[in-house]
Design a protein around this ligand. Structure first.
Ligand code: HSE
Length: 320
């Protein structure tokens, strides 16, 4: 196996849960972070882009830490690294920014040592850190991911998103930490609610697999996390109730929020009506939001080919 001098990885954002598939379903989105990694004499971390506020640039940096997890697991020592990161993924908004950093950092570190670890091992290491496999699975494998985590091993099956499936996301201005959004969840739910989620999540997966879009509106319903998180995202309940009347195939809180994600059929979309509905409903609650049309990303984290001497930012520009 050859070990390159430097690697550059492109890793997609993701949406998790897709409504009923709490901690289970994920989908990669065409919005990216980029990580460059090489060996160094002294660790140096450079951050580029507008989404990097408050991120440490010393060995407390998440990318540095996850790289060390990979090296430890592979039995090699690379204590000093040069890391650069650029990201367009908004932080703490429910679009998997931390999962993309974990996956991007692990894939880069593994590539730097000649891919000693398998992709499945990276998935398990990333899930161990994130504690749930939905975002990390989507960022690693791309497409739609159905995943489990038994506390030891992460397993998944990847589904190809239908060519007509796309999304419109409304990203509120405020940040919401996943920890806070998990803290409002109950310790237990009723058997009725558990059955509701199992059946809706299973049927949603079947709808994705078969391309039966009409079923999506009936299946993106959840009783496990969204109702409890509603108090943290004013306007969410109305959006979940009415988005399908305004052109969405289905709608959900994206991950732990606060972003809301509407699935849309490219062929029958009413984008302007849906966008207005999302923005006005949030505005009515004094929430400013921006919308983005994000297609499902069919590719997971990839190592980019850079020519010698080509700068990190030039490689990124070439991708954009
Ligand atoms: N499944 C997770 C949650 C995703 O909803 O809390 C956020 O990391």
């Amino acid at each position: 196996m050859t070990a390159p001098d430097r690697v550059i990885v492109k890793v997609p954002a993701s949406t998790a849960n897709l409504g009923p598939g709490f901690d289970t379903l994920g989908m990669a989105l065409e919005l990216y972070a980029y990580i460059e990694m090489s060996r160094a004499e002294v660790t140096q971390i450079e951050l580029y882009g507008n989404e990097m506020q408050g991120i440490p640039t010393d060995k407390r940096n998440l990318i540095y830490k996850v790289a060390q997890i990979v090296f430890d697991d592979a039995g090699v020592s690379v204590p000093e690294l040069h890391i650069s990161m650029y990201s367009d993924i908004p932080l703490t908004r429910g679009l998997g920014s931390s999962a993309s950093a974990i996956v991007g950092g692990m894939v880069a570190a593994n590539a730097l040592i000649g891919n000693i670890l398998s992709k499945e091992r990276i998935f398990t290491l990333a899930t161990e850190l994130e504690r749930h496999p939905d975002n990390v699975g989507a960022s690693l494998y791309g497409g739609i991911i159905v995943a489990t985590w038994d506390g030891e091993t992460a397993r998944h099956i990847r589904l190809e998103p239908h060519a007509d499936l796309t999304t419109l996301v409304a990203i509120p201005e405020f940040q919401l930490a996943t920890e806070k959004a998990r803290h409002v969840l109950p310790a237990s739910i009723t058997m009725g609610d558990a059955v509701f989620n199992v059946s809706h999540s299973s049927l949603l997966v079947a709808a994705f697999a078969s391309g039966e879009f009409e079923m999506i509106r009936h299946t993106m319903k959840d009783r496990m996390h969204q109702p409890y998180r509603a108090s943290l995202i004013p306007g969410m309940t109305e959006i979940l109730e009415k988005a399908t009347d305004n052109g969405a195939l289905g709608v959900a809180l994206s991950g732990a929020g606060p972003t809301l994600i509407a699935l849309v059929d490219r062929k029958h979309e009413k984008e302007i009506q849906l966008e207005q509905f999302l923005l006005e409903t949030l505005k009515h609650e004094q929430i400013t939001a921006t919308t983005m049309r994000l297609a499902p990303c069919t590719e997971g984290a990839v190592v980019l080919q850079a020519t010698q001497g080509q700068s990190f930012m030039d490689v990124i520009k070439g991708e954009m």
